[in-house]
Design a protein around this ligand. Structure first.
Ligand SMILES: [Zn+2]
Length: 341
């Protein structure tokens, strides 16, 4: 029988990522493992086929060689089922196996513990039927500016694997493969997960929700959910770390003579000073009126930026007032400009 393409064996296409390869392998190995299918020769054969495919594709060097030469390449003709006798030796091949020059296995480097690791990862160590923890799941939510700054809640709709209700996660009902989950032990279900948004959450930050990942196999623990937060920009407030910044328009008189004005902050309007002689774009700080840092517990500041508004209505009185102001500059306002590059 002609050897099947390794990607085909794992149900993947040629450009599959390392994560996809690993995932496909885990899924198939779980389903086809001899402990789950005692006495099933076809499953056993398929299990070994999957194993061999994974062993080549998970290794960058072997995969490259396979992509280039296929089964006819340096790995061609090598059959781990016969090379190792009946099945794989427990604990993997001895160190240095296949490394000697001139062996028919040149280019293939099984290392001691390689296969042991593989089984260890998959089946929880010594016993191949032991519990296996569920995988972590990742998601993303958009959070309003206010909730990210002050805290709130959000809901995320996601599909996640849960233990199969029919077989209780074993994948079998009596002597047959469970029809509900087709032997996987888990079923995918839609769920709305409520997520607490801590005060001071930043754009791009991650929130961990324990126990909302994929179900474990055979009684293994449930994975976690990791949610990446995208904070929706606010039309007025800008956030810089734990500081919040906003522009406050002021009149010519307020800028010239100074004033007390109401400055909007995320905690409400705060009365703040505009000192005499304030310029446009001048920045002032209100301590502790920013965002509370979830790690340190310290609170950032509110920064308000002055913008001097000039009346647009033209009038002789306005011109007189402006002319009078013009006479009050001590130096040329453009004295410090460069003359060129
Ligand atoms: Zn089931």
């Amino acid at each position: 029988m002609a050897k099947r393409d390794y990607y085909e064996v794992l149900g993947l296409s040629k450009g599959a990522s390392d994560a996809e390869i690993k995932k496909a392998y885990r899924r198939l190995a779980r389903k086809l493992h001899p402990d789950v299918n005692p006495g099933d020769k076809a499953a056993q054969k398929r299990f070994q086929e999957v194993q061999e495919a994974y062993d080549v594709l998970k290794d960058d060097d072997k995969r490259r060689a396979y992509d280039r030469f296929g089964h006819a390449g340096p790995t061609g003709g090598f059959d781990p089922r016969t090379a190792g006798g009946a099945g794989f030796p427990p604990g993997g091949f001895p160190a240095g196996f296949g490394r000697g020059g001139g062996t028919p296995f040149e280019g293939i480097h099984f290392e001691s513990g390689d296969l042991g690791d593989l089984f260890g990862n998959l089946f929880g160590g010594r016993r191949s039927s032991g519990p296996e923890p569920g995988e972590d799941v990742r998601g993303q939510i958009e959070v309003p500016f206010r909730d990210a700054a002050l805290g709130g809640t959000a809901t995320l709709a996601l599909r996640r694997e849960k233990p199969c209700p029919t077989c209780g996660g074993s994948g079998r009902t009596g002597k047959t493969v469970c029809a509900t989950c087709r032997g996987e032990g888990v079923v995918a279900e839609s769920e709305r997960v409520r997520i607490k948004i801590p005060e001071g959450t930043e754009d791009g930050g991650t929130i961990r929700v324990p126990g909302k990942g994929a179900a474990g196999a055979r009684g293994g623990s449930v994975g976690d959910l990791y949610v990446t937060v995208r904070v929706i920009a606010h039309p007025y407030f800008e956030r810089h770390g734990n500081d919040i910044q906003g522009i406050v328009p002021i009149t010519v008189k307020e800028a010239y003579a100074g004033a007390e004005i109401g400055v909007p902050t995320i905690h409400g309007v705060v009365t703040a000073k505009i000192p005499p002689g304030t310029q446009s774009r001048q920045r002032f700080r209100l301590r502790g009126k920013g965002v509370k840092d979830p790690r340190t517990g310290t609170t950032g500041d509110h920064i308000y930026v002055a913008r001097v508004m000039i009346p647009k209505t033209q009038s002789p009185a306005g011109l007189d007032a402006a002319t009078l102001l013009d006479s009050l500059y001590e130096t040329d306002v453009r004295a410090e400009l460069p003359r060129g590059l």
